[in-house]
Design a protein around this ligand. Structure first.
Ligand SMILES: CC(C)[C@H](C(=O)O)[C@@H](O)C(=O)O
Ligand code: SF4
Length: 476
């Protein structure tokens, strides 16, 4: 091996190269494969047609999340309630058939561990530092928070991994996003990543694997790191890494699928080597000043359309690039906003606290801190909290958070993707706004005609109380 200083990405990549071809593509060994109901049916069908087995069921884990309704899943006698929507019912049935036929470890819809794949993986210790982890889902980047080289793949690649436990890849370029200083009061990891995407743009990370570096990340919980890495894909990046450290090891210790005993000690010794060496070269470096960041919201239909809550809605004239100006005009029209309007004057009818970006226990605690003893505004018609997993739900209930939410006028739901993309009945009506802790504000994302404002869980809770987008710093 070379003595040249290496990045964290170089180290994980080099540890997984099976072989490199003259054209520069490499076969990479895949350690972990998460499977959900949306992107797996054709892949299983492909295996069936080619009469192949799934090579490593023991490195594969299947969980339904996108199509499941978030209303009660069992009746009063504990019997499963069938899914009303025929398409969703068929998706779930297909996954259940496939995991049985191919012998894949499966967490079913009514299991305590069921949840969004990207919440479940870390929580069970299925996601580990230094591993390569894939899923037919773009937000797989989330797992990079634990120092796993994790990225979304397409359905044909899902089949390839199922059949071979490898992928054919070309190495990405490396980008360092260094955050200097500390996050100001009221500024959370969600505000940080929204701000970063605002700075680099949705294409800023295209062709790169990002490594997030700086004291801010060292001091951040694993939950917060997951929020940041999760949205790397919204910046166009292939993956988003954070070097594993004691915070990561403490988080993983004693998780159901984490190594134990001597294996744990050996694993931690290896994991400690997983950081970018002094002097390692990044193809691109970006520095962000934490002090510049305020609680942030999205105003448009792209995750780069972000402003501080204290700002006003921008005007197309603020943009020099003609295509961006066109996009801003279209965004303003779709969102029903006028340039110059104060962000904090935007009235909100719906609140969604959930998604793989912000549905972990810390997110729910942050929302509960604001909602405790308060009620949602009468202007808010629909407010739901969807925990990321059964584990998160149980933990929140043990802390009494569910009561705080229900008293505040929220609905307390079963785990899943829910209104993040509305593949189940949880949709935002056309023309209405939603203050949403999810990661995408695309046209129609939360239902046809829906208008999404991305923000942190605390900011979503504040919006619920005031019935309009609000500055969390007025509450804390
Ligand atoms: C349905 C799935 C393939 C999709 C993704 O890849 O991200 C979804 O999770 C999303 O967030 O849009
Ligand atoms: S919660 Fe949203 S972003 Fe995450 S996997 Fe589900 S649909 Fe995709």
């Amino acid at each position: 091996m070379t003595n040249k200083p290496q990045t964290l990405y170089d180290k994980i990549w080099n540890d997984h190269v099976v072989g490199t071809r003259p054209d520069g593509t490499s076969i990479i060994y895949i350690d972990r494969h998460l499977v959900h109901e949306v992107t797996s049916p054709q892949a299983f069908e492909g295996l069936r047609l080619s009469e192949r087995k799934l090579r490593r069921p023991d490195l594969t884990l299947a969980v339904p999340d996108h199509n499941l309704p978030t209303t009660a899943r069992v009746d009063a006698s504990g019997n499963p309630i069938p899914i009303a929507d025929p398409e969703s019912a068929a998706q779930l049935a297909a996954l259940e058939r496939n995991v049985t036929e191919f012998n894949v470890p499966y967490i079913g819809a009514t299991h305590i561990n069921q949840g969004i794949v990207h919440v479940v993986g870390p929580e069970l210790g299925f996601t580990l530092p230094g591993t390569t982890l894939v899923c037919g889902d773009s937000h797989t980047a989330a797992h990079g928070a634990l120092g796993s080289l994790a990225f979304g793949i397409g359905t044909s690649e899902v089949e390839h991994v199922m059949a071979t436990q490898t992928l054919l890849l070309r190495k990405s370029k490396s980008m360092e996003i260094r955050v200097e200083g500390d996050l100001p009061h009221g500024v959370t990891p969600k505000d940080l990543i929204l701000h970063i995407i605002g700075v680099i743009g949705t294409a800023g990370g295209t062709g790169y694997v990002i490594e997030y570096r700086g004291r801010v990340f060292e001091q951040m919980s694993v939950e917060g790191r997951l929020t940041v890495s999760n949205m790397s894909i919204e910046a166009g990046a292939r993956a988003g890494l954070i070097a594993p450290d004691d915070v990561t090891f403490d988080y993983l210790h004693d998780r159901p699928m984490s190594p134990t005993g001597d294996d744990w000690d050996a694993a931690v010794a290896y994991w400690r080597t997983l950081k970018s060496d002094e002097g390692a070269n990044f193809d691109k470096s970006i520095t962000i000043n934490a002090a510049d960041i305020a609680p942030t919201i999205s105003w448009g239909t792209s995750p780069e359309d972000v402003i501080a809550i204290t700002d006003i809605i921008p005007s197309p004239d603020d943009y020099a690039d003609p295509s961006k100006r066109e996009a801003v005009i279209a965004s303003l029209e779709y969102m029903g906003l006028t340039p110059g309007m104060k962000a904090s004057d935007i009235a909100i009818e719906n609140i969604f606290i959930g998604s793989c970006t912000n549905s972990r226990i810390e997110d729910l605690r942050a929302a509960a801190q604001i909602l405790k003893g308060r009620k949602k505004s009468d202007y808010v018609k629909w407010a739901i909290i969807v925990p990321g997993s059964g584990q998160v739900k149980a933990e929140a209930e043990a802390e009494g958070l569910d009561k705080i939410f229900i008293d505040a006028g929220f609905e307390w739901r079963e785990p899943g993707c829910s209104a993040c993309l509305g593949m189940n009945p949880d949709k935002v009506p056309a023309g209405e706004r939603c203050a949403s802790t999810s990661n995408r504000n695309f046209v129609g994302r939360q239902g046809p005609g829906s208008r999404t404002h991305l923000l942190s869980p605390a900011m979503a809770a504040a919006a619920a109380v005031n019935g309009r987008l609000s500055d969390i710093r007025e509450f804390i």
